[in-house]
Design a protein around this ligand. Structure first.
Ligand code: PEP
Ligand code: MN
Length: 264
């Protein structure tokens, strides 16, 4: 038995005093792929309050496929996130790519994201086991469920019980969608482990027009939450523009999820 599989009680992962993954309420994290400017994040926070969403996302340190692509605003991006966080009283989630960034990211964010490319960075996972912040662990690009659960186990066994698993699509032969959203994995992970499981339909599909239907499907199969990319001017996103929803579409999507969540 492992810590991830041991308990038959659902683990609650707390994002704030009022928000927890794995409870009754669906937790929706929304925001741009990359933090681009203060005004961008202000607009996102203001507009998404209408939804509402439970947390904002935005990358300050970006794991770009090409080293020549924009790598994120770094510390400046984190400062923008923490200002928006306190002005709007909303938790923020952002990626940490290395052990050396942990202290800084933990000082600005409510939840630390481990990206797909780092799912088996075991030294990073061990270090995150010693952090007093919840961790959003994304499934590796081609990780089996066993590997995914064992990655979570690295964090749990080093002392941090607050881990949320995120299915974000896996590599396959068809390039029509960016990845293949594995909803079977969501159901299986909920049965295999006591950890909350959320879905990222943005990176799973890579195409904005596919996101609303798959977000609804994810809620219908029992996902505890969603993380979705959106932008004030989707076409102008510095990264992942093709999959960014407009803020209006994001608000509308959140509203359409409530009846499904209530029925599950
Ligand atoms: C992201 O969420 O910004 C991201 C880079 O996702 P992934 O690690 O799933 O590719
Ligand atoms: Mn992205």
């Amino acid at each position: 038995a492992t810590l991830a599989t041991q308990s038959d009680r659902q683990t609650l992962v707390h994002l704030s005093d009022y928000i927890a993954f794995g409870g009754e309420e669906l937790v929706i994290i929304a925001g741009p792929c990359t933090v681009e400017s203060r005004s961008q994040m202000e607009t996102v926070a203001t507009q998404l309050q209408r939804a509402p969403v439970q947390a904002l996302r935005g990358g300050a340190f970006k794991p770009r496929t090409s080293p020549y692509s924009f790598q994120g605003l770094g510390v400046e991006g984190l400062e923008i996130l923490s200002q928006v966080r306190s002005r709007h009283q909303i938790p923020v989630v952002t990626e940490v790519m290395s052990i050396t960034q942990i202290e800084l990211v933990a000082a600005h964010a409510d939840m630390l994201q481990v990206g797909s490319r780092n799912m088996q960075n075991f030294d990073l996972l061990k270090a995150l086991g010693e952090v007093d912040k919840p961790i959003l662990l994304k499934r590796g690009l081609a990780a089996t469920l066993e590997e995914f659960v064992m990655a979570a186990e690295y964090i749990l066994s080093h002392g941090n019980s607050q881990v949320v698993l995120c299915e974000r699509g896996i590599r396959s032969f068809d390039t029509y969608t960016r990845n293949v959203l594995d909803l079977g994995a969501v159901v299986a992970l909920k049965q295999m482990t006591s950890l909350p499981v959320i879905v990222d339909p943005s990176h799973a599909t890579g195409k904005r027009e596919l996101i609303p239907a798959l977000a609804k499907a994810a809620v219908a199969v029992g996902a505890d939450g969603l993380i979705i990319e959106c932008h004030p001017e989707p076409e102008k996103s510095v990264s992942d523009a093709r999959q960014a929803l407009s803020l209006d579409d994001m608000v509308q999507l959140v509203h359409s999820l409530h009846p499904i969540a209530a029925a599950v």
